[in-house]
Design a protein around this ligand. Structure first.
Ligand SMILES: Nc1ncnc2c1ncn2[C@@H]1O[C@H](COP(=O)(O)OP(=O)(O)O)[C@@H](O)[C@H]1O
Ligand SMILES: O=c1ccn([C@@H]2O[C@H](COP(=O)(O)OP(=O)(O)O)[C@@H](O)[C@H]2O)c(=O)[nH]1
Length: 257
């Protein structure tokens, strides 16, 4: 059975029909490359992901950003997500995984940096069951609490959860729920721990060494940037549009000749 991209995206709209294509045809390409990016709140995950996108052509999917967009979109689950995030709690897996899968399928890319996820064992199992994807490796940005606190309080992005009371709860949730996931991946030899207390450039040098260990090469800056910003399908759409515009102009010019 050949399943179109549109059908695949539509299938992610309900957790119950996510596997409607059966086990023969997974929704996901087995060749998808996924790197999970974990670390405490404010450890620098988003900052380093932006660098990785520029150099390696991965699509950056921040689970937190996707949840914030879902709140803004005015969706049914927006209120529930907002309350949980304000309390520093983890949003149910079915919501987060659905947003991630949809973003993966819509991106047109096959290399993903999934930032701030899986945050607990339930997240990890839900993602693996639906995609059959195991991460290539897991980057763990290890940062001191004092430095993470300092960074979050200076971040000033107007986030509801960047206040002292919620920050404390987020640290607790990280220790109780996310560290066990990191330990589990460590047992499988998948964790690559990085000292995230260091300045941004030094941290990125260490990130690069890990990508190189996995044979992932840097790609041209222009190519990565355009693909990361636009996605493959949007580029194809733009090319079609430009060729139509060209046809119209050619016709007009021919009329004057
Ligand atoms: N290595 C670093 N040294 C100093 N500040 C940093 C470093 N990495 C990130 N920051 C700053 O700390 C804040 C939190 O970083 P961010 O990437 O948003 O963290 P996270 O995604 O893990 O919550 C941002 O304001 C960012 O500019
Ligand atoms: O997979 C995820 C990722 C994020 N969150 C929620 O989003 C908040 C912010 O997460 P983000 O990764 O954006 O920021 P961080 O806390 O790492 O700075 C978390 O505290 C959770 O409430 C969640 O529930 N599941």
């Amino acid at each position: 059975m050949v399943v179109s991209m549109k059908e695949r995206v539509e299938a992610t709209s309900s957790a119950s029909n996510i596997n409607k294509f059966g086990s023969e045809e997974s929704l996901f390409d087995k060749n998808f490359k996924v790197v999970f990016v974990l670390g405490g709140p404010g450890s620098g995950k988003g900052t380093q992901c932006a660098n990785i996108v520029k150099h390696y052509g991965f699509t950056h999917l921040s689970a937190g950003d996707l949840l914030r967009e879902e709140i803004k979109s005015g969706s049914k689950s927006g209120g529930m997500i907002k309350n949980l995030m304000k309390e520093g709690q983890i949003v149910p897996s079915e919501v987060t995984v659905k947003l991630l899968l949809r973003a993966m399928l819509e991106s047109g890319n096959d290399k993903f940096l999934i930032d701030g996820f899986p945050r607990n064992e339930e997240n990890r199992v839900a993602f693996e069951n639906l995609t059959n994807i195991e991460p290539e490796f897991v980057l763990f940005f290890d940062c001191s609490v004092k430095e993470m606190e300092r960074r979050i309080l200076n971040r000033k992005q107007g986030r509801d959860d960047d206040n002292m009371e919620t920050i404390r709860k987020r640290f607790e949730v990280f220790n109780e729920s996310t560290l066990p996931v990191i330990e589990g991946y460590n047992c499988k030899g998948k964790i690559r721990k990085i000292d995230a207390d260091k300045p941004v450039d030094e941290v990125f040098e260490n990130v690069k060494a890990i990508f190189s260990e996995f044979g992932i090469e840097e790609v041209s800056y222009k190519k990565t940037n355009i693909r990361a910003i636009m996605g493959f399908e949007r580029i194809m759409c733009l090319i079609k549009w430009l060729s139509n515009v060209k046809k119209i102009f050619t016709k007009k010019i021919l009329r004057y000749l």
